[in-house]
Ligand binder design. Sequence first.
Ligand SMILES: [Zn+2]
Length: 226
Amino acid sequence: MKIIDAKELDEIVNDNDNIDYFYQNQLIIKLTPNTQNKYVVKYALNYFYSDHDENEAIDRINSIYSLLNCVKCNEIKDNNLRFVNGIGVGNIFPKLMLVLQAGGDCAGKLPHENVISPRYMVIGTTSDFLKISLLKANVYFQSWITNLLKCVINNNGKTVRECYHNCSKILNQEIKILQPQTIVAMSTDVSKVFTELRMPFYKLYHPMFYIYKNIKSKLAEDLARI
Ligand SMILES: [Zn+2]
């Protein structure tokens, strides 16, 4: 676990142009309000603003890492289930927590053998579109993006439902650690979980809805209104 200033990024990216390096070396980026580094969006998995305490940032990330084993799903593990145990990316002291349904690899296909980064759960077409919209809404650097489903599954209805139930407990702990000011549910299943948990949340459509309906610019508008 290492905290680096955003201005050090140029040098690191020159030497290691891949996101796994940031994950493997557990780099946390410290931002100032004027951080302009172009690599922050591309590479920073976890970051925080310099007005927050470094030790608390590390404590929070350590606690998040300790959630990386979904015990309940492990018990039902069979050929249809593989584990990525995705945890979110973003600001460790978030104003907004955006909760998507599942990582891009969950849509009926299993992730590639060499998926090594749990953080890949929030990398893909949907997440990229969400990130661009957050940037347009000017809330990207205040946000944490995560998934309800932490385990990767095949399209097997029974297992899927079980995983939603199991993984929601990890999501609940993730929220307790990060204490976001506002939680945004971005799918019907996610909304159901927050209703069950009796937790206040704001509801938006899933990013794919905006893409399919050809109203992509509306997501940024909706995010800016929260
Ligand atoms: Zn799970």
